[in-house]
Ligand binder design. Structure first.
Ligand SMILES: NC(=O)c1ccc[n+]([C@@H]2O[C@H](COP(=O)([O-])OP(=O)(O)OC[C@H]3O[C@@H](n4cnc5c(N)ncnc54)[C@H](OP(=O)(O)O)[C@@H]3O)[C@@H](O)[C@H]2O)c1
Length: 368
């Protein structure tokens, strides 16, 4: 078992190299071992291109027949943009295929393993299963629900403020935290803010401080009050913008935005007449947006938490106190402690002077 974990760990490291470029596909790594030596390895590098198994096979320095074939996710058995990996494996006849997790994609979901076994290839499933599943939590949520994985992120002072009493928030956190924020953006398909943040801060919402692709910029704006001079409306590199609004928004404002090259998407309203977040997430999922980073501001953070829409919470805490100001989280309608949103700490790290908390938001069956 020790050897299985060793090589699966190597496959996991390889898989992570595909982050930022494989979405909405999963990150996958593969390692081929023969006579105790690695003879081939690969990872899924880009959506639409070779899967990890094929890359490992194609760079193998020896015939993989009789080998131990490690892969972090169950090999696919359906024709997608590339042929089924299971067929390649069956043709190669490895002695054993060792899999991290079953692929929750209904088109695969155990069929890949069954096909290998039906052809007499031994399989071992579940090596470093938790780590392999955690690696692809965004893909797993997307493929199982059709909705993107939601990360809610904000930077706050030690006393829980995301802006001063005048709305000034630049910068709460340090430069290393800003780089971290851009790293986080580059790993998501879309980034979402409320129009209040656009009006207050005029952010660009791009990935500038690190290498990486720009996510789709999504602005919640029920009445199309986004200022025409806003930086999010100007095209920058590959950064595209989508304004999510409701049906009764001013048609002239809509046309003006569309003429400026911005997509305006009509979303059903929520009970308050604003953009319904669950509907918007569903529509983004239909466009194969598999992950969304929500960056605020206060009203949006509060609505996302109240509706239990966040899967992961990332809070950058700066060692500063500003007293009265904008609370990061407003009224959630909780009167009793047992109503508190349950969080599980998954990671704690330092970025410059700041502390970054990363939590899983536990699902509560009773939305507020
Ligand atoms: N420190 C940080 O990490 C951070 C990050 C971002 C922002 N901020 C700060 O936060 C402040 C802005 O926050 P804010 O609360 O004024 O504005 P906001 O949360 O950015 O935007 C709120 C606006 O979004 C629109 N909206 C549409 N649908 C919505 C929905 N379903 N739920 C919530 N909002 C929806 C609403 O305007 P309509 O009704 O017109 O549609 C609403 O007023 C600024 O001071 C900014 O500096 C801090």
């Amino acid at each position: 078992m020790k050897a299985d974990e060793f090589y699966m760990r190597r496959a996991l490291r390889l898989a992570r190299k595909g982050e930022c470029r494989v979405s909405p596909n999963p990150m996958v790594g593969a390692v081929i071992v023969k006579d105790g030596r690695i003879i081939g390895e690969g990872f899924h590098a880009c959506c639409g291109e070779n899967h990890a198994e094929v890359n490992a096979i194609e760079c193998a320095i020896e015939d993989p027949a009789g080998s131990q074939f490690y892969v972090t996710l169950e090999p696919c058995c359906h024709q997608g943009r590339t042929p089924p990996c299971v067929e390649r494996l069956i043709a190669l006849r490895p002695a054993r295929v060792i899999v991290g997790t079953i692929d929750p994609n209904p088109l695969v979901s155990g069929r890949g393993i069954a096909a290998l076994e039906a052809h007499g290839i031994e399989t071992t499933v579940g090596v470093l299963a938790d780590a392999c599943a955690a690696l692809n939590e965004r893909f797993f949520k997307f493929i199982q629900t059709g909705r993107p994985f939601v990360t809610l992120k904000f930077a706050q002072t030690l006393d829980g403020r995301i802006a001063t009493r005048t709305g000034h928030s630049r910068w709460i956190s340090s430069h290393p935290s800003l780089r971290f924020a851009h790293e986080l953006r580059s790993t998501h398909d879309a980034i979402l803010v409320g129009v209040g943040t656009v009006i207050n801060d005029d952010p660009e919402l791009t990935v500038r401080h690190v290498r990486g692709r720009n996510p789709l910029r999504v602005i919640l704006d029920s009445t199309l009050r986004v200022p025409p001079s806003s930086r999010v409306l100007s095209a920058r590199d590959d950064a595209r913008t989508l304004i999510a609004t409701v049906g009764n928004a001013d048609p002239e404002k809509r046309r003006r935005l569309e003429r400026a090259g911005v997509e305006v998407l009509t979303v059903p309203p929520d009970g308050a007449g604003r953009v319904s977040l669950p509907h918007l997430l569903g529509l983004l999922g239909e466009r194969r947006i598999s992950s969304v980073l929500i960056e605020g501001g206060a009203e949006v953070i509060t609505r996302v938490l109240a509706a239990r829409l966040a899967d992961r919470l990332v809070v950058v805490v700066a060692p500063k106190i500003i007293g009265r100001g904008t609370e990061a989280v407003g009224d959630l309608g909780h009167d009793r402690m047992e109503q508190a949103l349950p969080l599980t700490l998954r990671r704690l790290r330092r970025r410059g002077r700041d502390t970054v908390f990363e939590f899983t938001v536990e699902k509560n069956p009773q939305p507020v």
